[in-house]
Design a protein around this ligand. Structure first.
Ligand code: NAD
Ligand code: KPL
Length: 303
């Protein structure tokens, strides 16, 4: 069965190249005719691994191309996922499955609500990729992808495709815990690196602030029914700060490049859920307000 890949950016291209070279039928869905023409001119998608670039002539189309879609990998940013899927809703075949690669939380529910006829499988990935040219992606960091469906524990039939394509992954009955854990890590680290304009390791100079944030995030996690993630959060955040000390967080990189962040699906989502649960988390709320101000002052969207 053909995989359609919506979004030929960093992660979408990384998945596309590996599926394609494993002989699995795939088609890229690009935004419009202009992007399709640019893609044709580029003669395919280029993936750079360990300094070596290879081009893959993967078939591509636009959302307007007719034909049913049974398996859709949604590889857009969280803020683009719902509108991008909405324009394909009429093409989804009965029993269609969507794999949602978005970081954070909130976008997955929005997508599921606009295509109630489809099964939505959620993913949480620690793989790293970035674009260094049009339709050219660098595989920057080996990682792992957790996949799961909070509504249905049964694994999908296509997992062997990922084995063939050498995409490190596992099916988990508890994907929401994985997503909450990553969201909490991102909330404890990324906004502070933006506000202090520092690498992750720079947060070692602010131990009390990190500890206080972790305490509020742990309260939020307990409120969301994630007590195990809450218990180890502070220690894990310190471990990640140390292990990634030399790196700039993804949010810092977005801001430095003048790109829209996924704030609404990370810190924004955490604050929204806290309000829904009637939790008072003043440090989290104040961090959100400071980050929002900062983004606004730098001419970036605040949602
Ligand atoms: P990206 O910006 O590199 O790619 C997104 C692509 O989606 C872009 O090419 C964009 O043009 C395309 N797109 C948006 N709307 C579209 C539409 N309507 N039709 C067709 N294409 C459309 O983003 P990314 O870095 O690949 O991130 C995707 C998601 O994966 C994010 O939520 C991110 O947080 C998560 N993630 C990324 C990485 C990484 O290393 N890049 C790692 C883990 C998780
Ligand atoms: O995922 C991250 C990011 O930069 O987005 C880490 C490295 C965990 C920092 O929060």
């Amino acid at each position: 069965m053909t995989w359609h890949i919506l979004g030929a950016g960093s992660l979408g291209s990384l998945w596309a190249a590996r599926l394609f070279r494993a002989g699995i039928p795939i088609r890229l869905i690009l935004r419009n005719q202009t992007r399709l023409q640019a893609y044709s001119a580029a003669d395919g998608l280029t993936l750079v691994e360990q300094g070596e670039a290879r081009r893959y002539p993967i078939a591509a189309e636009t959302p307007e191309t007719p034909g049913p879609i049974s398996r859709l990998l949604v590889a857009c940013k969280a803020y683009d996922a719902e509108p991008a899927v909405r324009q394909l809703a009429h093409r989804l075949a009965p029993g269609a499955e969507l794999i949602l690669l978005q970081n954070g939380l909130g976008s997955q529910d929005a997508v599921a609500a606009c295509v109630p006829q489809a099964r939505c499988i959620l993913a949480s990935s620690t793989e790293g990729a970035f674009r260094d040219g049009d339709f050219r992606v660098v595989f920057a960091g080996q990682g792992f992808t957790w996949l799961g469906d909070p509504k249905l524990p049964q694994a999908p039939a296509w997992l062997p495709d990922l084995v063939r394509a050498d995409i490190p992954h596992a099916w988990t009955p508890d994907i929401l815990s994985r997503l909450w854990r990553k969201l909490a890590l991102n909330c404890a680290i990324n906004p502070l690196t933006v506000l202090h304009d520092c690498r992750n390791g720079g947060l070692s100079d602010h131990p009390a602030v990190v500890a206080a944030l972790c305490s509020e995030l742990a309260e939020l996690l307990r409120g969301c029914g994630q007590p195990e993630t809450a218990a180890g959060l502070h220690a894990e955040v310190l471990k990640v700060i140390q292990a990634t000390a030399a790196n700039f967080s993804s949010m810092h990189q977005d801001v430095a490049r003048g790109r829209r962040t996924e704030i609404s699906f990370l810190l924004g989502h955490a604050c929204t859920v806290a309000t829904q649960l009637h939790l008072e988390l003043p440090r989290l709320q104040s961090l959100h307000a400071r980050l929002t101000d900062y983004l606004g002052q730098h001419g970036l969207p605040v949602n």
